[in-house]
Design a protein around this ligand. Structure first.
Ligand SMILES: Nc1ncnc2c1ncn2[C@@H]1O[C@H](COP(=O)(O)OP(=O)(O)O)[C@@H](O)[C@H]1O
Ligand SMILES: [Mg+2]
Length: 306
């Protein structure tokens, strides 16, 4: 049997870890192994710095962080190869999404752009494997939202489906792909926040990266008034295609909503309300797209119980 071994590299909006997958794309697709590599705190801090508007010159930091992250991505590849006793020469190519540090989707009268770092040249040099990267900018140059691959991948994986299907990924941002059984057209877009607001608020209040198993949120109660207020954000009612990121849904977004809401509410209740905001914004979108069918849910958001 022929094999077509590839390695995929990704770090999502949450910046929780680098995901590295070793996959055989010969039919049927076979995931051979999957590892996560932690991002050291200093590097994470530098990436987060680059994600924010700053007055000072960031070009040096951008260049350095790009290469540092490239080295870490390369180390993930080397680890997964060693673990599976596979040599670099057996790998056809690495596909590296990189780490998004800025995503400015097309709006009226703006200059849309998206930037991912983790230098693919460094990855190629350190691993000796052909490295394919920069997946998103051509799509933006053509007027898209800059996320062209995931829906096509889903369509390829879920061929000849018997029922309409939604694949929902609850990462930092939540995104969906809608596949229709009788229609080749694919719809894919970001529904809004996934874990990003939950992570921001728990970081701000408990100095933890995330609310493990939603335990802290469970000590609070969702506030329906605040929830309704949050849902007034125009992103939720904006029709697709649309995409968003850390630039929009972040701790400043929470601070602004709370300042405008202007009623006292405990931090736990805010967290519980943010969980519900995530769930409801996803559920409403799904209801609008699919009357009957199947939903496959993935991403770190599956770890927060409902
Ligand atoms: N045990 C858990 N309990 C609650 N949330 C979790 C747990 N494990 C992971 N998560 C959430 O999942 C996020 C990572 O999800 P992931 O799908 O990797 O997102 P991204 O694609 O943005 O990196 C973490 O930041 C955290 O919010
Ligand atoms: Mg992740």
């Amino acid at each position: 049997m022929s094999s077509e071994l590839f390695i995929g590299l990704m770090s999502g909006t949450s910046m929780d870890a680098i995901d590295c997958v070793l996959i055989d794309l010969a039919e049927p697709i076979n995931v051979i192994d999957f590892i996560n590599v932690d991002i050291p705190e200093k590097l994470k801090h530098d990436i987060l710095d680059l994600c924010q508007e700053q007055g000072d010159d960031q070009i040096k930091k951008l260049g350095e962080t790009d290469v540092e992250l490239g080295k870490l991505f390369a180390s993930a590849v080397i680890s997964i190869l060693e673990k599976n006793q596979i040599s670099a020469s057996q790998i056809q190519a690495i596909g590296s999404h990189g780490q998004t540090i800025r995503h400015q989707p097309p709006r009226q009268n703006n200059s849309a752009f998206t930037i991912q770092i983790a230098d693919p040249n460094t990855i190629a040099a350190l691993t000796g494997i052909t490295t394919v990267a920069d997946f998103r900018r051509k799509d933006m140059a053509l007027g898209g939202q800059g996320a062209p691959l995931l829906p096509i991948f889903h369509q390829q994986v879920f061929k000849n489906i018997q029922a309409d299907k939604i694949i929902l990924n609850i990462g930092g941002i939540a995104n969906i792909t809608l596949l229709k059984k009788d229609d080749m057209q694919i719809i894919g877009f970001d529904t809004g926040p996934g874990n990003i607001l939950l992570d921001s608020w728990v970081q701000q209040n408990l100095n933890q990266h995330f609310d493990k198993d939603g335990k802290w949120a469970a000590t609070g109660e969702s506030n329906s008034e605040l929830l309704a207020f949050m849902l007034e954000d125009s992103y939720f009612s904006c029709p697709p295609p649309k995409s968003t990121g850390r630039e929009y849904f972040n701790s400043l977004w929470i601070d602004k909503v709370l300042a405008d809401y202007a009623n006292d509410i405990s931090p736990q209740d805010v967290q519980a309300t943010l969980v519900e905001l995530t769930a409801i914004s996803i559920a409403e979108t799904v209801k609008g797209l699919l009357e009957t069918g199947e939903i496959i849910v993935c991403g770190g958001g599956t770890k927060t119980p409902s």
